[in-house]
Write a protein that binds this ligand. Structure first.
Ligand SMILES: *Cc1c(COP(=O)(O)O)cnc(C)c1O
Length: 418
């Protein structure tokens, strides 16, 4: 596990998956009902990390990483919103990033080496990773992002920190950033000269902490008689892959809903059986603007490369910006609850699934971003100005610092080796 975490990608360029997924006993899942979130993380995480991390160390990592709440808010008896956006960057990626940063920090201290973390972001990953690693000794962080394609609030979260964090502003799309990062990881000269790793959702260390909150959600449901539908807003499918792993551990799931915006290559695959990656389109749920989801290979692997098996686990659908804005309005009118555009896509997924299904299930919607991060879209949808959380407001007033760069591996290499 230590190798997988520090490398990110395997030698052959493939993605790491756990060889074996341990099964949690019924007693273990029952015990989770009375645990606080960091304790629950230990209950789940120790099965994967037992060989590399002592339980006291894991406990310290979990307590430090998850020092914010993750409440389950019930809109009705059926629909429950798991608010994963109370961390420092107000998005669910804080879970993966904060846990991974502390785990890597522990591993590099053990090895006595200097590590460069290179991460491509379409918006929120950059902020979460930068904040996650900020000030961790022995680690340099390089954030690669597409110029002009992230919101100002997102950009400020990783361009104003300084210390061990540098932002590289690429003229290109997110897919360009992602493919450049992949080429850098595969480059033999870079591999030889620096200790380079990824921190995208491709790193297995991000998926492990993302399993925790699926169990956490179920532990908090009052009525647990029925298996649960999880509605997941998807981009690179890290969240959904973590959910599949949790299911293999014994999480009682009726169905995962893979909800996307118009970048719907996975829902299309579930429909047609053809996986056709394509350049991403820009939408209001921009953290999900992904045309070639990097966790698709892992999902296939978890489903034994069997389309029918994947169809049993996943039900997919994609939605336009108009539908998303409409859903934000309806949710607000009906429940006086404000959702960000990403979460709205998941609610839409649940509503469509419900119309197409005969079963009666409770649904947990993963709420992935704080609405305050998308204030102008929310104002457009519901005419209400949501308060910008203080943390975000503070970073907005700082000056942006970034290194502009062409879409060129040679330039990136020069920068990384300097
Ligand atoms: C990253 C992100 C997603 C997509 O998550 P994946 O794990 O990449 O599928 C959804 N919503 C928000 C707000 C995000 O930042």
């Amino acid at each position: 596990m230590r190798d997988a975490v520090l490398r990110g990608l395997a030698e052959d360029g493939g993605l790491y998956v756990p060889v074996e997924i341990p099964r949690l006993s019924a007693e273990s899942q029952e015990r989770m009902r009375s645990l606080a979130l960091p304790e629950l993380c230990i209950e789940v995480g120790r099965h994967f990390l037992v060989d590399d991390v002592a339980e006291e160390v894991l406990s310290k990592i979990a307590v430090e990483a998850f020092d914010f709440p993750a409440p389950l808010v019930s809109l009705t008896e059926t629909i429950h919103i798991l608010e994963l956006f109370h961390g420092p960057t107000l998005a669910f990626k804080d879970f993966g990033a904060r846990f991974m940063a502390r785990l890597m920090g522990f591993f590099v201290r053990e090895l006595g080496r200097e590590l460069t973390v290179l991460v491509a972001t379409s918006g929120d990953t950059g902020g979460a990773v930068a904040h996650g690693f900020l000030g961790v000794p022995g680690i340099r962080v390089v954030i690669l992002y597409p110029s002009g394609r992230v919101t100002e609030a997102q950009e400020k979260q990783f361009t104003t920190l300084g210390q061990n964090v540098t932002a590289v502003e690429l003229s290109g799309t997110f897919d360009d950033c992602q493919s450049l990062a992949k080429r850098a990881f595969a480059d033999s000269e870079l591999r030889e000269k620096i200790f380079l790793t990824s921190a995208n959702s491709i790193n297995i260390a991000r998926l492990i902490p993302q399993m925790f909150y699926f169990f956490w959600a179920i532990a908090q449901l009052v009525d647990r008689a029925k298996p649960v539908v999880f509605a997941v807003p998807c981009g690179n499918f890290g969240n959904l892959t973590a959910g599949l792993m949790a299911e293999r551990m014994g999480l009682p799931v009726a169905q995962f809903i893979a909800a996307t915006n118009v970048n719907d290559v996975v829902p299309e695959y579930l429909r047609s059986g053809h996986f056709c990656p394509r350049p991403s389109l820009h939408t209001i749920s921009n953290a999900m603007d992904v045309g070639n989801p990097s966790n698709f290979a892992r999902m296939l692997d978890l489903c034994n490369n069997d389309l029918q098996a994947m169809r049993r686990d996943l039900w997919g659908c994609g939605f336009s910006d108009e539908e998303t804005l409409q859903a934000m309005r309806e949710i607000y009118d009906r429940h006086r609850y404000v959702v960000d555009p990403h979460t709205a896509v998941a609610v839409l997924g649940w509503e469509r699934f419900r119309k197409n299904s005969t079963g009666e299930y409770p649904c947990v919607v993963l709420a992935t971003a704080h609405p305050g991060k998308f204030a102008s879209t929310i104002e457009r949808a519901i005419g209400v100005r949501v308060e910008l959380p203080a943390r975000l407001a503070a970073s907005l007033s700082q000056p942006k610092q970034s290194v502009p760069m062409a879409n060129s591996l040679a330039d990136l290499k020069k920068f990384l080796l300097s």
